[in-house]
Design a protein around this ligand. Structure first.
Ligand code: HEM
Length: 534
């Protein structure tokens, strides 16, 4: 039978299947009504005015008018794929998380890679941090490891997040530059925020222009906890290592690629997965206890620090394979809602002040971005394990309690019930202290790891860092900001500082920056700042 032979018929449930004259299913309105003409509005006479009675036209246009939702306030441009995570060995000694108990067991995954600063329509090869957000649909609820491809962050406290993001996004009056860090606001903020120095070295390095998502590392950044069945805690840092290895492009390549194909990274992921060439990463951990943490002169709660892999090698514990592209970009990649606070029993937080703030921010922003409290009803966000609760109603509620009971305990013998045994138990860390707004002394060293990173680079990579700094700072129009950055570089590596300083035309090198005066208020007003013309 050809498609043309399709006749209207009723299905097993009595539903009416109707076919157009060419055998295709009949186009309907959102209400299911069959449409006779999708090319012409209803008019009074062929050349006359349109009639408001045309419900098909009104519905079609109304729906189109409402297609856009707010883009993510950061990480707006992203690209996702489905896959699975496979556990190598039982980690029961460290965590009671169900996904880490049985070797070979697979957990469904969705991953979204992103750039941070650019808007949804920006180009892929910006010099920027890349998001590496993983949602694992475990049997004990979703675990979101919302990481980046750089293991440290710009700031130590979440209260600074709006500032760092405002500074890197287009300036509010002129609304440029788009998707790049080469501008005064960004470098003003960075140079007034010495804690950003370690991350800025990574961002000026080749790490910030990956060849493709398939060649990127990922990091959970913060110190987390694993907690076992006996409620014993082990600190953990999470790393994703690409099976293909780490590769980047050079800056002049990135500039050309952005011009020729702004979708280069998403096209690469699409083509590799569609052709069966599935990208793969190993999940690795650095595990350590409090004594080990105390042996460092930096703080393991400080998200601007790494634990060097030479000191604590990473241990592979499983692999992530991406093997399926979304059927619909909007439904999946755009509507997926990652949240750091999504953790299953056996995975817990540390007191990293950036992580603690993130745990508030993601739920809050999803509420706005996805239009209400029921975004977990969307298939991409719903758990893939059985789940039961008495949440009800609200905009777009797809699930509501069935039966009489919508509270507990109740006398109707209707569940669900909480379980102290199966349920999530927060690690009972001992805490005490005064309520203060105070950065701990252990967070004070902003240069040692920046230096370590620079020194660990090969000579060509070091040249790229110097070139990137020179290029970026040459776009900064305010002299004192350029000078401030070079004075920070003096604390990181004097050769680097002098290379950049000379390339920027400095006659002599500035004094090394004083890390103890990070905020604008603490600086003498600079005459250069007040006289600059833009
Ligand atoms: C989005 C990573 C710090 C707030 C994202 C995304 C990633 C990410 C990967 C994109 C998620 C996606 O693909 O949908 C990180 C990392 C951080 C960090 C690794 C530091 C280590 C913060 C902080 C805040 C924050 C400190 C706020 C206090 C947000 C918000 C979004 C976001 C509001 C948009 C979420 C959405 O609309 O879906 N972050 N972030 N992030 N992040 Fe962060």
């Amino acid at each position: 039978a050809t498609i043309h032979d399709q006749k209207p018929h009723r299905g097993a449930g009595g539903e009416l299947h109707q076919f157009a004259e060419d055998g295709m299913p009949v186009l309907t309105t959102a209400q299911g009504g069959p449409v006779s003409d999708d090319q012409n509005t209803l008019r009074l006479g062929a050349r006359g005015p349109a009639l408001i009675e045309d419900f098909h036209f009104r519905e079609k246009i109304f729906h189109f008018d409402h297609e856009r939702i707010p883009e993510r306030v950061v990480h707006a441009r992203g690209y996702g794929a489905h896959g699975y995570f496979e556990t190598y060995e039982s980690l029961a000694a460290y965590t009671r998380a169900d996904l880490f108990q049985r070797p070979g067991e697979r957990t469904p995954a969705f991953v979204r890679f992103s750039t941070v600063a650019g808007s949804k329509g920006s180009f892929d090869l910006a010099r920027d941090v890349r998001g590496f957000a993983v949602k694992l649909y475990t049997q004990q609820g979703n675990w979101d490891l919302v990481g980046n491809n750089i293991p440290v962050f710009f700031i130590q406290d979440a209260i600074k997040f709006p500032d760092v993001v405002h500074s890197v996004k287009p300036e509010p009056d002129r609304q440029f530059p788009q998707a790049q860090s080469a501008h005064d606001n960004f470098w003003d903020f960075i140079t007034l925020t010495p804690e950003s120095m370690h991350m800025i070295m990574w961002v000026m390095s080749d790490r910030a222009i990956p060849r493709s998502f398939r060649f990127m590392e990922g990091f959970g950044v913060h110190t987390f906890r694993l907690v076992n069945a006996a409620d014993e805690s082990t600190f953990v840092k999470f790393h994703w290592k690409p099976k293909l290895g780490l590769q980047s492009v050079a800056w002049n390549e990135a500039v050309k690629i952005n011009g020729a194909d702004p979708d280069f990274h998403r096209r690469d992921l699409w083509q590799s997965i569609q052709s069966g060439n599935f990208p793969e990463w190993e999940l690795c951990v650095q595990l350590f206890d409090q004594d080990f943490a105390d042996s460092f002169d930096f703080d393991i709660l400080d998200p601007t620090k790494i634990i060097p892999e030479e000191i604590l090698p990473v241990k592979p514990i499983g692999r992530l394979v991406l093997d399926r592209m979304p059927e619909n970009f909007f439904a999946e990649t755009e509507q997926v809602a990652f949240m750091t606070q999504n953790v299953p029993p056996g995975i817990d937080f540390s007191n990293d002040p950036l992580l603690q703030g993130r745990n508030f921010s993601y739920l809050d922003t999803q509420l706005k971005r996805l239009g209400g409290p029921n975004f977990t009803h969307l298939p991409i966000n719903a758990p893939k394990c059985p789940f039961h609760n008495f949440q009800q109603d609200g905009h777009m509620a797809m699930r509501n309690p069935v039966g009489r009971a919508n509270y507990q305990p109740n006398s109707w013998n209707q569940g669900p019930r909480e379980s102290p045994v199966q349920g999530y138990r927060h690690f009972p860390a001992e805490e005490q202290g005064q309520k203060v707004r105070l950065r701990p002394e252990s967070f004070a060293d902003h240069y040692s790891q920046a230096r370590q990173f620079y020194i660990s680079q090969t000579p060509p990579e070091q040249r790229h860092i110097a070139a990137a700094l020179t290029f970026e700072l040459s776009k900064v129009e305010t002299p004192v900001i350029r000078e401030r950055m070079v004075s920070h570089l003096m604390n990181i590596d004097e050769t680097l500082a002098s290379k950049v300083g000379h390339a920027l035309g400095f006659q002599s090198m500035p004094k090394p920056a004083d890390a103890a005066t990070p905020t604008r208020q603490d600086l003498e007003p600079s005459p250069a700042l007040s006289i600059v013309e833009r």
